[in-house]
Structures are given as C-alpha cells and as structure tokens.
Design a protein around this ligand. Sequence first.
Ligand code: PLP
Length: 372
Amino acid sequence: MLSRRAFAARIGLGAAAVRMLPEMAWAQRAAVKVGDLPKDMVWLNANESPAGPPAASLAAMREVLPTSGRYHYQEFGDIYAAVAKSEDLQPGQTIVGAGSSEVLHCAIDAFTWPTRPLITITPTFEGPLEVARALGRPMVLTGLLPDYSADVHKLVEVAGKAHGGLIYLCNPNNPTSAITTRQDLDWLVANLPANTILLVDEAYIHFGESPDLVSALPYVRQGKDVIVTRTFSKIYGMAGLRVGFGAAKPELIQRMTPLRMGVISIVSAHAVVAALADRENILRERHASLVETRRELCDWLRERKLSFIQPHANFIMIDVGRNAREFGDAMPRLGVAPGRPFPPLDNLLRVTIGTDAEMAKFRDVFWKVYKG
Ligand SMILES: Cc1ncc(COP(=O)(O)O)c(C=O)c1O
C-alpha cells in the first residue's frame, strides 16, 4: 500500500486544492511535516474511519473497475435512487456530490450572495467559510455558548437583522464534537426568519449516542427550508472515494444541481450502493466499536483528571492545559499525528478516535508529551 508520505513525495505535496477542501486537505495544513515521519505513524488528524471501506464495497469496486473505461451515465438514475431511498427520500430530494464538500459548496454558491450572508458559529468546519470567502460572499460568525453548543437564538437574530441568509450548522460540530440538541434544532427551524435557509451538516451524526442528538432529515421530509448534508467519508470509511449527498425539498435541490462539477466516479458509486445494501449492519457494528473505544478514552482521561468536551462524534477535544499547537507539534515525531489547531480554542487538542491499538499508542505518546 502506498503510504501517505510516499504518495505525497510522488505528487509533490502542496498541489493546489481545487474547490472545497475535504478534511484530509485541512489536515495537511496542520503542523505535521512530510519528510521525516515515522513509517508507522498513527493518523488521528482527519476524523477518518480506521475500518476503511466495507468488504462489500471493496468487492463491488473490484468488479466494476475493469469497466471504468465507460462513463456509465445510464446507471446514475438508479444510483441516486438508492441513495435517496436509504433515507426514505425521493430522488428529487437529493443531490450526490464528490464528498459532502461538493454539496456544501453548491449550497453556499446557490443560497448566499452579496446581500445574503453565510451565518454560522465559530469554530466550526472551515470548508463552508472558505467557500464563502472565495466567492466573496459576506459571513457572520457567532460564538459558542459556555457548554460549546451553538447559540441558536443568536443565529436567528443575525439572520433576521440581515433580512435573510444561509445558516450553516454542523451537528455534531467539528471540531468540538458537541451537539445542537433536539430542542434547539426544533426551535431554530420553527423560528427561521424570512429568506433564511438552514444547512445542517451531519457528517458525524452516525457516531452519536445521546437521545438529544437527532437528524434534521424529518424537516426536509416536511418540506421546510432545511438542507441536510451527509457523507460516506466518516462512518462508512470511504473518505478517499469522495461521495456525499444533500437532502432538501426539490426547489432547493434544483437550484444546487447545476452548480455540481459532474457525476461521481462509477467506482465510488458502486462502493456506495454496495454499502447501502448492508447499511444497518455496517452502521450498527461501526457505531458499537467506536462507542466502546471512545468510552475507554474518556475513562482514561477522567482517571487522569484531564478535561475534555463530551464527545458525540469520532473525535474528541482534550484540554491539554497549554497551547495545543505546541503540544500537537511534539506528537508526530513520537508516531502520532493529532488534529490541527482551532483558534480561539487554543488549549484544546482535537484527536480522532482510531482503533484500540492506535488509541493505546495515542495514550502513551500523549502522556509522554503531557508529562514533558
Ligand atoms: C463537518 C464536516 N463536514 C464536511 C466534511 C467534508 O467531508 P467530505 O467531503 O469527505 O464528505 C468534513 C470533512 O472532514 C467535515 O468535518
């Protein structure tokens, strides 16, 4: 298998990113320098799944690969229908893209303009902010509440003052792993000001355990001004295959669709269809395994009186009691790559939950750095 280091060396790292950057590209901006990294580096920097693609997806990809000389356009109707059906939606209520990044990009392009801002919390996933910035769209950022949740009242107030906007809410939020509760989400949807669309990014929703964490998809089914994005990059373990989708009422989907780059690769499409055929088992098994490993890490942190934000996703923010960038910089040479810094949360280090073996190594390296 080609290591990240070998691949980076082959293509020349730093190749310009086109359109929205997925988490991996953001992760590359972190302190980890390519060159003198340990071969057995544990990558806990991009919130990927250590399980990788499901076996059924690997088999489906092997089968379709020799036929990839063709576009396969005639198959996409069925592929999109399978994605829509997996969430009890009609094909006209979904848009499939190269990762949820592409769908987020389309939403920002379609629903913000010079007098219609992107409104969100900070810190949150940087991708949408970067798109708005690149397109020259205005942005309003609101701070988090003391429990690290979004201030939904503030988001509504800002949208009202702006006479409308696109509210981007990542739930659970990246990087905090905190959630917007069912009650707050209900309130937000019920109080959306005129000309306002709510864009809920559910990249990490499958990792939740709390009954307070719910999907916003029911609002889409009710025809509200809500767009939900999902990805196959996280719990499905297919980040490199680049597939995600958006769900919204047909009027909103129709405004986003022309802004797509094209169709996804047929190889990725077959991987997704195969995964969806075994969706319940895949989600159940991966969720159970993540929850156990995450709980073990939380127990370990509690035993050492280290504080952290209660995690609801496959990553956790740990208070390292000093500048997290410097702390994080000291880890890669010991074989573990944690997440990038997320100002203004300067003492918090974001760490992806890997396999049990990876987390054992993480604990070892973390403790060495912590103890100095
Ligand atoms: C919150 C969030 N949304 C969207 C994405 C984009 O992921 P992808 O384009 O791989 O679906 C990421 C990537 O990590 C993310 O963290």
